[in-house]
Design a protein around this ligand. Structure first.
Ligand SMILES: Cc1cc2nc3c(=O)[nH]c(=O)nc-3n(C[C@H](O)[C@H](O)[C@H](O)COP(=O)(O)O)c2cc1C
Length: 403
């Protein structure tokens, strides 16, 4: 199937215009043999390339291009399918914005294209091209301190040695810190439920009597608060996950939480209840009442896995939590994906206007963290910084700039 792929990247400073011209001359011949057509735009720093051809050939070429050391920060912007090519007779053509004015480049691109003007005006490919030509490029902001300029150093068990399995409990908890790397600060700990042998939470919930699921879900929080006390978390905040219906279906749920929090010597303001976006949407009206009661006590409220459900940002028209955790699916490889970057930017902008704290979870790569910091996110959770540790806090890996 005819596929169009567009990506953006930054040419290495060692690769000058002359070298780029040679590269494109070679590419033109190779592409012609592979049935690939397209154009490349260059503004002295950034590249925008359009590749069109069979899905297999375009994908194979893109994989080669991504690995090419002559450019960096390759971000895929678009992948689409269509009935015909935009640049039929061009194996690869370079348009250098340093040599010609934006207007001339735009006119040349349109001249080379084989599409009628009524198609061009609504065509996403041409919109990407037009924006690149006319707009000050927006990739520049990510150029300052790339992932390679950073390294990680280990802070072992900040709260002392983990406690090991705690006897006599139906479940255990593993703590994973949420960190602010620039500040070198732990902002809170998420307490993740585990089976009574430390095993995964699915197993724990699968073994429960379905009639008791909400009651048990609520009661387990007492173990979490007691553990926070044993670990001497001090003034740190803790976050626990709760099924929203546990607040609705179990009588006196909010009072129970406050009582257990106080019994463990914590303040309600130190505790954040996390609920996933999907769960919130399904029972919003009933749930909203319970949330009001919860907030009335000072307990914080966060939406987990934000972006995974279909309500998305419209959920925020009905309800604004203290904190939003962006779904890991959006975070994963965000540095490589234009659509993911656009979604994160819109969430950042919305949460900035609404003064909602943002956390990016599931961070595994320095590149993901670098991109998210440059987009304005300050709090992070993920294996890159710290793994969950049963009944304790594991090593934290803090990023540092290499000299
Ligand atoms: C910005 C940029 C764009 C490129 N575009 C193409 C292209 O359109 N076609 C192509 O064959 N090679 C292109 N290359 C070169 C490929 O990355 C790669 O070097 C080339 O396909 C040879 O791959 P091989 O040595 O694995 O055979 C491009 C490289 C860069 C840095």
């Amino acid at each position: 199937m005819l596929t169009t792929l567009i990506y953006r990247s930054q040419l290495d400073s060692s690769c000058h215009s002359d070298a780029l011209n040679v590269l494109v001359d070679h590419a033109r011949l190779r592409n012609a043999a592979l049935g690939i057509t397209g154009i490349m735009l260059y503004n002295g720093q950034d590249i925008l390339q359009v590749l069109e051809g069979s899905e297999e050939q375009v994908e194979a070429l893109f994989q080669r291009i991504v690995m090419d050391k002559r450019h960096a920060f390759v971000v895929e912007l678009m992948r689409d399918y269509g009935p015909r090519r935009r640049f039929e007779n061009v194996g690869m053509l370079l348009f250098d914005l340093q040599i010609s004015s934006p207007k001339t480049v735009l006119q040349s691109v349109l001249r080379y294209s084989k599409l009628e003007s009524y198609i061009v005006s609504d065509d996403r490919v041409f919109k990407f091209i037009q924006s690149f030509i006319t707009r000050e490029n927006n990739a520049r902001q990510h150029r300052d301190k790339p992932a390679e300029a950073w390294t990680l150093s280990c802070e072992p068990h900040p709260l002392g040695e983990p406690l090991g399995l705690i006897a006599g409990q139906s479940c255990q908890f593993a703590l994973q810190p949420i960190v602010e790397p620039y500040e070198g600060k732990i902002s809170s700990f998420e307490m993740l439920i585990r089976g009574n042998d430390g095993g995964n939470p699915e197993q724990f919930f699968a073994n429960l009597d379905s009639a008791k699921i909400y009651e048990v879900d609520l009661q387990t929080k007492a173990y979490a608060f007691a553990l926070a006390k044993s670990l001497k978390i001090g003034s740190h905040k803790i976050a626990v996950n709760l099924l929203p219906m546990s607040l609705v279906n179990v009588p006196g749920a909010v009072e129970f939480l406050v009582e257990q929090i106080q019994l463990s010597g914590l303040q309600p303001e130190q505790v954040i209840i996390e609920v996933t976006e999907n769960e919130m949407i399904s029972g919003f009206n009933t749930f909203n009442k319970a949330i009001k009661a919860l907030r009335g006590t000072g307990i914080g409220f966060a939406i987990d896995d934000f972006g995974s459900g279909y309500a998305g940002l419209s959920l925020l028209t009905k309800f604004q939590p203290d904190k939003i955790k962006i779904d890991r699916e959006i975070i994963s490889n965000v540095h490589l994906s234009g659509p993911k970057q656009a979604i994160v930017k819109s969430i950042v902008s919305c949460c900035t206007d609404l003064e909602i704290t943002l956390v990016a979870e599931g961070i595994e790569k320095l590149e993901e963290w670098r991109w998210l910091e440059s987009a304005g996110i300050r709090r992070f959770q993920g294996f890159l910084f710290a793994r969950p540790q049963l009944n304790g806090v594991g090593d934290i890996h803090w990023p540092h700039m290499l000299r």
